[in-house]
Design a protein. Structure first.
Length: 470
């Protein structure tokens, strides 16, 4: 199916095959009288909910986290990508409200599900949050409702997990999918911290269980997103999202492996190699090495696919290998820290280690699966007690592992703090750090992001990942 633009859809007539119920929902979307419900008000759900409210749709956000609901109804924002003034405005003008249960949700026409999709201890998919959200929606299902799953998950979740839950409650009411109620999958593409690509200008993929489901889900998404790309089924859309994320995982693993090779060989900097390769105007896309991968998607998604593949007696060896290479990176960083301490007159357990940046990527506050947490955990396992961190975006972190659970709060980055630490480790290259100060005041620096590339520095005191001295 080809991409459909907003203006095309706006001018498009509903297909004649739509049932009366479907046509009524289409009209409600067209004239903005549909009520939108977003289940899960996190990094994905809250921006989406605010976007609908801004576009004139009465929007209800549903989240089990009572604290979050209270804050939102006060107009108090907790998601970096959401404009706090816009949130306040849609709360004040009554277009958005948050609730912590589903009891008052009978009038919702379009439900989005944007709940977490973590892995279990054994790295198997945990779709329990999706199932539980679907059950709450199902208990109140009525004709004319559309459910769109946005959580990243393995192919067949929409039809294999959500659809049976909805059907269990719809069937006794003689409601039929595609005729009376509708279900689709549309993966989220939000890139926290990215100011260039927002909800409106990032194309989305939509795959409905039936043609009517796709048509209505496209219509719903198109109210807030400019370009829609319909596909033939939810499974295609689910697999497409995994391809996007696994593409990143594999390419990051490739460059991480090359970084380690450059370090083994000496004399070649992977950063210079990547920069040179990036001059090729076709057939190449630059990825950079780092201390590991983080966030809610890239560390998790390869395992969703490999779990599914095993059910078909298929081993995703290449994808799993990439995930393993990326997971090894924090161990390499800790090796480098140990060697950096060994060069100084301090024992390993007494060393003062300063972690610069704990968020999983530049300029965001999200620490989920951040490699920094693993690095801190591994350092504590080595008996290192004096570990501190600085991060302009993060107020506290919790670390676990064999060293026990611990909560850490950031310290302010002063000259004295830098001078008093034996090793400063740049794990996240936030724009808010003063790299000139870090370069000047630190005793030894481990740079996993090439953050000092444009800063004059003493090469003898810097160990650069992939720079041949790591
Ligand atoms: N964060 C991203 O950048 C990103 C990007 C693309 C896709 N995704 C995917 O989107 C999904 C959501 O991710 P997120 O980062 O927004 O998660 P999040 O943890 O930031 O937010 C999820 C919210 O859902 C709530 N919740 C959990 N169970 C619930 C239930 N049964 N009913 C109501 N609320 C419930 C939680 O309290 C939380 O507020 C995941 O599948 C993730 O993989 C995330």
């Amino acid at each position: 199916m080809r991409r459909v633009t907003r203006s095309e859809l706006a001018g498009a007539q509903q297909s004649t095959s739509l049932t009366k119920t479907a046509r009524q929902l289409w009209d409600k979307l067209e004239n903005k009288t549909a009520t939108i419900g977003v289940v899960g008000l996190g990094y994905v759900g809250l921006p989406l909910a605010v976007e609908y409210a801004k576009h004139g749709f009465r929007t209800v956000g549903i989240d089990l986290d009572h604290e979050r609901v209270l804050r939102l109804n006060e107009g108090d924002n907790y998601i970096q990508d959401v404009d706090s003034d816009e949130l306040k405005q849609v709360v004040d003008n009554g277009m958005f409200r948050a609730v912590d249960d589903f009891t008052s949700c009978a009038d919702i026409d379009v439900f989005y599900i944007a709940v977490p999709t973590p892995v279990t201890e054994h790295k198997d998919p945990d779709v329990g949050y999706i199932r539980s959200a679907a059950q709450e929606i199902a208990k109140r299902i009525r004709p004319g409702q559309l459910v769109i799953l946005k959580s990243t998950t393995y192919p067949d979740t929409t039809e294999g997990v959500v659809q049976p839950v909805l059907a269990e409650y719809a069937r006794p009411q003689d409601m039929q999918l595609g005729r009376d109620y509708f279900l689709a999958f549309s993966p989220e593409r939000i890139d926290p911290g990215n100011e260039q690509f927002t909800t409106a200008n990032t194309p989305v993929v939509v795959g409905g269980v039936t043609e009517a489901c796709t048509e209505l889900a496209c219509k719903a998404m198109n109210q807030v997103v400019n370009h829609i790309h319909p596909v033939s089924s939810p499974k295609v859309a689910e697999m497409e999202k995994l391809l996007e994320n696994i593409f990143r995982s594999v390419n990051i693993a490739l460059v991480n492996e090359l970084a380690r090779l450059c370090d083994r060989m000496g004399g070649i900097s992977i950063w210079e190699v990547v920069e040179a390769a990036a001059t090729k105007p076709f057939g190449y896309m630059p990825f950079t090495p780092g201390p590991g991968i983080g966030g809610h998607c890239i560390p998790v998604d390869p395992y969703y696919l490999s779990w599914l593949a095993r059910r078909y007696d298929f081993e995703t060896s290449f994808i799993t290998l990439a995930a393993r290479i990326n997971e090894e990176m924090p161990y390499n960083v800790v090796d480098a820290i140990t060697r950096a301490v060994a060069r100084q007159a301090v024992s390993l357990t007494e060393a003062n280690i300063l972690i610069l940046g704990v968020a999983f990527k530049k300029d965001v506050d999200d620490v989920r699966h951040s490699p920094a947490l693993k690095v801190i955990e591994l350092l504590r396992e080595k008996g290192i007690k004096n570990i501190r961190f600085a991060d302009p975006h993060v107020k506290k972190v919790r670390v676990g592992g064999k060293g026990g659970n611990m909560e850490l709060e950031p310290i302010e980055l002063t000259d004295e703090v830098l001078q008093n630490h034996d090793v400063a480790v740049i794990l996240t290259d936030h724009s808010g750090f003063s790299y000139a100060q870090i370069a000047k005041q630190s005793k030894v620096i481990i740079d996993t992001r090439n953050a000092l590339r444009d800063i004059p520095h003493d090469r003898d005191k810097v160990m650069l990942l992939g720079g041949g001295s790591f």
